[in-house]
Write a protein that binds this ligand. Structure first.
Ligand code: NAD
Length: 474
């Protein structure tokens, strides 16, 4: 085992737990990295007590004082970027460059948290002669955040710096597949001056999540992960009258029109499909090829062949994931899809224990095939031919998901019309991973998001606070 067994982080220090442990395996080569706690309801309770005890003092600091921790923490993220990128590379498998890029996003959200005194400073108006109405934003109390494996730094930072700077205290549960980055996050937050108990980590799986949903002292929960679990968290936590924002899975469609620029479009489509080994909720899943776009498809295949295992293409998270993705491809081929680039059976010499799949491009996929309907979460592009824009939009709209969609064209009016008609929360025009940067918020539609508000940006202030309206006449 490369690292010592991981512990929970409660009250500003490492804390023992009561349950079993699970192995943490590196997808790069199958190395046994560590053991992660599978915590119990009692462990969740201990962390919630710690967060509750910290809330009165933390929530009554001024917002400007709390934001000072975010400033210092941002500097620590910058200082330790290589070390954290190394941890992410090991436990998640993505390339070091991809890991650095997600830490840069974590830094950007932390910078947004630094700006909260300017954004959440309340409002005041003399509503009638001599009477003032003032609106203040108050934190909610103890909140919880639950995250997936695919971004061990970025997705946790969608919530941690914003929720905490706004005065909440937090119990955090990362994916059990990537626990190392989170413990380093906790250490750096405390090095930045965060008081003990404001940020706590409870590792584990379903028991921890359900205990957080049920706990009477947890006021709000954010969840990011697959749609099935997002739905169950949303239903369970709202049944206890909590505020919940649950982001789910995705199936993103890229609509490619014949007037799109061949080279940039092909490069961008493949970057969206194969970046982070396709394990992004913003990844291209299906390319809706409208009309005569064969030159672009040819170039897409050339770009896909430039994805080199271990260089610019990391492994997928587990052996089970690899088998599932290869199963999707085999089933599509049996149903009539044509393999243009085949990444199945990929092995990286010297890393035979890793879970690699090469970039794969399938043509002639039909909308009724399972690969066109379900989330694959691997470096696989399913090309679906569409006669015209109306047919492409109909296919996109029929998907139950709605995280992102994109259109590639040089026709501005066409781009605008398709952006309007797509049923997704984040739209790209010649951009395959249309992540809105701060101060804009990240959030999808339909089965990709349950609850209101975006998880980042200005609307996250609404989620993590409640407004108090004070009417005064002296
Ligand atoms: P997952 O749903 O398996 O796990 C997410 C979290 O839920 C983890 O912390 C996990 O421990 C916990 N969990 C797993 N099963 C559970 C259960 N039955 N009950 C309660 N908790 C449970 O997701 P994953 O495989 O870690 O991540 C990949 C998924 O996350 C993909 O579907 C991807 O699209 C989605 N995702 C969505 C977004 C978004 O913004 N919409 C962002 C990143 C990832």
């Amino acid at each position: 085992m490369k690292y010592p067994a991981i512990q929970n982080f409660v009250g500003g220090r490492a804390a023992k737990w009561h349950g079993d442990s699970a192995d943490v395996i590196s997808p790069l080569d199958g190395t046994h990295l560590s053991l992660v706690p599978l915590s119990t309801t009692a462990d969740v309770d201990a962390a919630v007590r710690s967060a509750s005890a910290a809330f009165p003092a933390w929530s009554t600091e001024t917002l400007r004082q709390r934001s000072q921790v975010a400033y210092t923490y941002r500097e620590l993220l910058r200082k330790h970027i290589d070390e954290i990128a190394g941890l992410i590379h090991e436990e998640n498998g993505k390339t070091v460059d991809e890991a650095r890029a997600e830490i840069v996003r974590a830094i950007e959200v932390t910078e947004f948290a630094c700006s909260l005194p300017q954004l959440a400073c309340g409002e005041a108006l003399e509503v009638s002669k001599g009477v003032e109405c003032r609106v203040e934003r108050a934190p909610l109390g103890v909140v919880a955040s639950i995250t997936p494996f695919n971004f061990p730094a970025m997705v946790p930072h969608w919530t941690i710096p914003i929720a905490i700077t706004l005065g909440n205290t937090m119990v955090f549960k990362p994916s059990e597949k990537v626990p190392l980055t989170t413990n380093r996050t906790a250490e750096l937050l405390h090095e930045a001056g965060l008081p003990a108990g404001v940020f706590n980590v409870v590792h584990g799986q379903r028991t921890v999540v359900e205990s957080l949903c049920d706990h009477p002292d947890v006021k709000a929960i954010t969840f990011v992960g697959s749609t099935a679990v997002a739905k169950s968290v949303y239903v369970r936590a709202t049944s206890h009258f909590k505020r919940v924002l649950a982001l789910g899975g995705a199936k993103n469609h890229l609509i490619v029109l014949p007037d799109a620029l061949v080279g940039p479009t092909a490069a961008n489509v493949v970057a969206s499909m194969a970046g982070c080994a396709g394990q992004r909720c913003m990844a291209a899943a299906s390319m809706l090829a409208v009309g005569a776009v064969d030159a672009i498809i040819q170039q897409v295949c050339d770009e896909a062949r430039k994805m080199v295992l271990g260089k610019n293409l990391g492994p997928v998270i587990s052996a089970a994931s690899k088998a599932r993705i290869e199963g999707f491809i085999a089933e599509a081929v049996a149903a009539g899809a044509k393999v243009l680039v085949d990444g199945r059976g990929a092995v990286l010499p010297g890393r035979e224990g890793g879970f690699y799949i090469g970039a794969t491009v399938l043509d002639n996929v039909r909308p009724d095939m399972r690969i066109a309907q379900e989330e694959v979460f691997g470096p696989v592009l399913a090309i679906i031919r569409a006669r015209d824009v109306d047919e492409a939009i109909a296919i996109e709209n029929a998907s139950p998901y709605g995280n992102a969609a994109a259109v590639y064209t040089t026709n501005g009016a066409q781009a605008k019309a398709i952006a309007r008609r797509a049923s997704a929360g984040m739209i790209g025009v010649n951009v395959g991973v249309p992540v809105p940067l701060e101060p804009f918020g990240f959030g999808g539609w339909n089965d990709s998001r349950f609850g209101v508000c975006d998880i980042t940006g200005k609307s996250s202030i609404e989620f993590w606070t409640q407004s108090k309206k004070i009417t005064t006449r002296w």
